[in-house]
Design a protein around this ligand. Structure first.
Ligand SMILES: Cc1ncc(COP(=O)(O)O)c(C=O)c1O
Length: 393
């Protein structure tokens, strides 16, 4: 019997078409073929544009990066497999042994850990200061300081950094200013337009918006810094997966609409919560009673954002009662989901601090952070009110 030796194992090219797909195709290929060695050389030398190996870049990352670049008003941003990866690309790509960082003292917990426990192993040290006071930033600078890193709105107490003062210090002293723009998002604040050298995101949060991808982004004004961060991404292996980029691109298309709606809901929810007798304090940058309200208006304008924090009267017992009673508001350690979520800082992001250290930051057992979503505002307000009513019993 003759056998057909034509094998199905033949790599084929994508069938040509005079029309193009409307939505971005998903490119899962790990490697790309080139015409010959000269053509591959030209690609590596940057004389022609073409993909080679997915860790070094792939179409889905490029498409997504360009869209976030557009939101941030820049070009050449790099994507990473998580927000922490973006911070890693910034530190590893732009700093070296002996360098010093001045950073905000209320950053995302893992970033604080990276700064205070991991980077010192490589001889990179950090001084933490209160970023609402630019004087503290100035006093912490040493001849070795190469970077200032802050979140414009701190997590979880929602204090507003003195961005103008800090930007002017960074300019005077020629020190890179990095802003973690995850909480604020480019819809409320564009760091590169306000003196920052680098903006970064946990794209996992509001930008992707559906709690189903983990991604990061960092972009510098200076193309040379972008290239250095990209080198760190490719070399350390922080490249994101094509599927995550594809999924996040889809989420990003509705970002502005989600943000506007969530923010409008947050304005109403913050006011409604402040009226409730179970509240010790409601922290929302858009409210006149917020300690940095004027600065929030100056920096964020009409965009106080979708994040609210509050301190419930009572301790862990009341906190647990509230979480269990709020059946339709997921209790989850994240933010930026399309739906409203609540998180409890003492048992999650700030669990590594002693009760005394938490107390000093105002993070009591009754302290909650709310990431407001796009639900119907009236329904949301009534669900919170009902759940809070049950904390009394
Ligand atoms: C402000 C901020 N920056 C960075 C990160 C880290 O992002 P990821 O979880 O995507 O690594 C987070 C995560 O919650 C965050 O809230």
């Amino acid at each position: 019997m003759t056998r057909n030796h034509k094998s199905i194992v033949r790599r084929t090219t994508v069938p040509s078409s005079v029309s193009a797909p409307l939505s971005t195709p998903l490119f899962t290929a790990v490697a790309y073929t080139s015409d010959d060695a000269d053509a591959l050389d030209a690609q590596y030398e940057g004389e022609t544009h073409g993909y080679t190996y997915a860790r070094e870049g792939h179409p889905n990352a490029c498409v997504l990066a360009e869209k976030i670049d557009w939101l941030e008003g820049t070009s050449g941003g790099v994507l990473t497999s998580s927000g922490m990866g973006a911070l890693g690309a910034i530190y590893l790509g732009l700093l070296k042994t002996g360098d010093h960082i001045v950073a905000g003292d209320q950053l995302y917990g893992r970033n604080l850990r990276l700064l205070t426990q991991e980077l010192p192993k490589m001889g990179i040290t950090t001084t933490l200061v209160d970023p609402t006071d630019a004087g503290q930033v100035a006093n912490a600078i040493t001849p070795a300081t190469k970077m200032i890193l802050v979140e414009a709105v701190s997590n979880p107490t929602l204090r507003i950094a003195d961005m103008e003062g800090i930007a002017s210090i960074s300019k005077d002293k020629d020190i890179l200013l990095v802003v973690d723009n995850t909480f604020t998002t480019p819809a409320a604040y564009k760091p590169l337009e306000h003196g920052a050298d680098i903006t970064m995101h946990s794209v996992t949060k509001l930008l992707a918006g559906h709690s189903d991808v983990t991604l990061g982004y960092a972009a510098a004004k200076d193309p040379a810094l972008n290239r250095a961060m990209m080198d760190a991404v490719v070399t350390w292996g922080f490249t994101p997966a094509p599927f995550d980029c594809w999924q996040a691109e889809r989420g990003l298309h509705s970002f502005q609409i989600r943000f506007d709606r969530a923010q409008a809901n947050a304005v109403r929810l913050a006011d409604a919560l402040a009226e409730l007798p179970q509240m010790d304090a409601v922290l929302y940058p858009g409210r006149a009673d917020h300690p940095d309200h004027n600065r929030a208006r100056a920096i964020l304008g009409d965009h106080p954002g979708n994040m609210i924090s509050f301190r419930l009267k009572g301790g862990r017992t009341e906190a647990n009662r509230f979480i269990r009673a709020a059946k339709h508001i997921p209790f989850a350690p994240t933010l930026g989901d399309i739906a409203t979520t609540i998180s409890h800082s003492a048992s999650s992001s700030h669990r590594a601090l002693s009760p005394k250290e938490r107390e000093a930051l105002g993070i009591t057992e009754g302290f909650f952070r709310v990431s407001v979503g796009v639900e119907d505002a009236n329904q949301l307000i009534s669900e919170f009110a009902k759940a809070l009513e049950e904390t009394k019993s």
